[in-house]
Write a protein that binds this ligand. Sequence first.
Ligand SMILES: [Fe+2]
Length: 338
Amino acid sequence: MTDTADDLIERKMLDDLYADFEDAGLIPLWTQLDGLMPATPQSAAVPHLWRWERLLPTAERSGRLVPVGRGGERRAMALSNPGLPGLPYATPTLWAAIQYLGPREVAPSHRHSQGAFRFVLDGEDVWKNVDGDAVAMRRGDLLLTPSWAFHEHQNVTDEPMTWIDGLDIPLVAQLDAGFFEFGPDELSTTATPERSRAERLWAHPGLRPISRPDRPNSPLAAYRWEHTDAALTAQLELEVEGIAGVLEPGHAGVRFSNPTTGKDALVTIRTEMRRLRAGTRTTPLRSVGSAAVWCRPTPWRTRSRRAEHPPGRSGTGRPLDPRCPPPRCSVAYSGACI
Ligand SMILES: [Fe+2]
């Protein structure tokens, strides 16, 4: 069947219309709906597993070859999701990196609108100064660097430290809300207190200073491993006694929370610690939230790393393979812990 003259005129008018859309900087919804409003999320990120046996040696080599200083700021190596090629993003909303601070090194002061947490994998006797408050970093601790707080790190030992960096960099980039500022070149403090000012004010179970207002991000700078370990241990012990507390059989979990609100410690990143009894398989879950999950076959013992791992030997002799389930990925875990 051949086109009639009217068909040809109508097609010409439509072609002109679409050309005018382009000239006018317009895109009609009816050509874009599937991409703009898919029936379910269509993440480009893919599930991926990084092997600790490759991460740690790479970080150690970087420690020998790449200095920490002004400009580069940090020796952090980001997990790059294969579904997001060329981007230093673990998922569409999360930056996750391994950071390595060598003996006696200092990472200079800066601040940014991106919020951050650190989870220490190995080492002791590094202090993170947050707005001038010296916070000790020790293995197993979760430490917060909320948005726009000046922060710097100093290692006062002859041993390196390795930790996980988690930031909301991709989310903030999508919002075009990224701000960054260098701090002074000199450390704000060289103090090395056992407890930071933030912990002295806020780290009392169930108690908060009446004078201080609520804050969107937690004012507690450090969540210590001994508390996290004790809470997880207690859940599994209580389960044996028939007392409710675990998420499901053999599956203990705690969420790091803001003592002023009871909500998440950081407004843009949820932080949790789970422990699985050996042989446990968790219920598969799907979420629109993506995650960076670091798994360890056995929990650290709550005692000095120095006693468990003499200086010069890696304190993370067991792997911590990170994996990144993207949005809507069905995830379950099997326990091999205790
Ligand atoms: Fe930073």
